[in-house]
Write a protein that binds this ligand. Structure first.
Ligand code: SF4
Length: 414
């Protein structure tokens, strides 16, 4: 690989990093301005977007330190047995690239992951070294997201947290059986052990910060993880259950779901087809229900069918409401915030607006219509000053009435 120049390495290692969904700018239509046609491109690799702790969307240089790997995870294009072109950066090369992109205003930070070379400790040392040089030798104040190798020594994992804004440890698959089958070199207990080390270190650093103003920052944007969906037989109920366990047990800031995508030169144990993209979308919606709408994991699981899968044609909040119609309609002028958040089509901001407005006057259906993109979706589930749905909520064909047409994908207001 010594013959590759820095741009060739960038091409290989930015492309290899695109399979990691933990910083997600994927899912858009393909457009490319190569050849002087138009301006801008969605096909180029290397820059992704993430949200900084203050809520800003920032651009990150997203690359691997190397795509050499001694592990053989079946779902990964960089696995040992894969026949891909390989490359490897030195820590100094990554530092130089980051600084040069940063100075040109292309990026505001770095998302760095790596295949495992020599050993987990050696790889983690190299990742930490990149962050150390950036922070200590160049006083780099930009955002750094470091992938963390679960098998590495806890001292190295700790160092990663001292330099990075966010760290992530991929749980990879929702079940232990899936991990054993598809990532035979990985161990669920070691992955969760590393998450536990990180959680304790983040909590300790927060505590120190309260007591000593100059205590060092430690992963101020917390830790995140990624779960691959559709590579094994796990159903949505199992995925939701796993995600909620991760949020509770390890204080994970964000679980990313990545629909398994067949890779070139794929292992024979993998499915031939990727799951429908909308499945990934429904899982993100269910994640929002748990994080922002007060749904318990068990309630989200109740939205799944007999096969444990969330419906693809309607969002999980509507699926739950249709299953528990006896809880509706809810009175927008009297009901609790908790119940209003369960009304399909009412988002968190709409509910807060309802709560603030009803202190001054009784709300009518028209007031609610101004807060939602689809009053038709909301109507069967609410009572307002001038509206009561009578038999609408109980109609046998309500699902058909409310399901969007097959090609429509609802992006907002689960
Ligand atoms: S450890 Fe597994 S997932 Fe990570 S780069 Fe190596 S083969 Fe791929």
């Amino acid at each position: 690989m010594g013959s590759l120049d820095i741009m060739q390495k960038l091409e290989v290692l930015a492309d290899a990093a695109k399979y990691d969904a933990s910083c997600a700018s994927s899912g858009t239509a393909r457009r490319n301005s190569a050849g002087g046609k138009g301006i801008g491109s969605t096909e180029g690799m290397g820059i992704c977007h993430a949200y900084a702790p203050d809520g800003r969307c920032i651009s990150l240089l997203k690359i691997l330190l190397t795509n050499h790997c001694v592990f053989d995870c079946h779902y990964c294009i960089n696995r040992k047995s894969s026949n891909v072109r390989r490359a490897r950066f030195t820590p100094q090369e990554v530092v130089d690239l980051t600084l040069s992109f940063y100075r040109r205003n292309y990026i505001e930070g770095l998302f760095l992951s790596s295949g495992i070379v020599k050993s987990s400790n050696h790889t983690m040392e190299q990742l930490v070294e990149v962050a150390r040089i950036l922070r200590e030798e160049h006083d780099f104040r930009g955002y750094i997201h470091l992938k963390t190798i679960p098998d590495a020594d806890s001292e190295l994992i700790h160092q990663a947290g001292l330099y990075a804004d966010r760290v992530s440890i991929n749980v990879e698959l929702p079940t232990e059986a899936g991990l054993t089958r598809l990532a035979p070199d990985k161990d669920a207990r070691r992955i969760e052990g590393a998450m536990g080390v990180m959680k304790a270190a983040i909590a300790e650093a927060k505590d120190e910060k309260k007591r000593f103003k100059h205590a060092p920052k430690f992963a101020p944007a917390g830790q995140s993880t990624q779960m691959i969906v559709g590579a094994d037989a796990a159903n949505d109920a199992q995925i939701v259950g796993k995600a909620s366990k991760l949020y509770e047990a390890f204080g994970i800031r964000r679980v990313y779901y990545s629909a398994f995508s067949p890779i070139p030169d794929a292992s024979a144990v993998l499915p031939l087809k990727r799951p429908p993209l909308v499945r990934e979308h429904r899982l993100y919606q269910s994640d929002w229900l748990m994080r922002f709408y007060g749904f318990a994991p068990g309630e989200v699981m109740q939205a799944t069918g007999a096969d444990g899968m969330l419906p693809l044609d309607i969002d999980p909040k509507l699926a739950w409401a249709l299953k528990f119609r006896e809880r509706f309609p809810v009175d927008v002028n009297r009901s609790s915030r908790e119940m209003l958040l369960r009304v399909p089509g009412l988002g968190v901001r709409a509910v807060d607006h309802v709560l603030a407005s009803r202190r001054h006057r009784r709300l009518r259906l028209g007031d609610i219509a101004r807060l939602t993109v689809s009053i038709a979706k909301v109507r069967p589930f609410i009572v307002a000053a001038d509206w009561r749905p009578t038999l609408l909520t109980d109609r046998a064909d309500l699902r058909t009435l409310l399901a969007p047409r097959a090609e429509q994908l609802e992006l907002f207001a689960p």
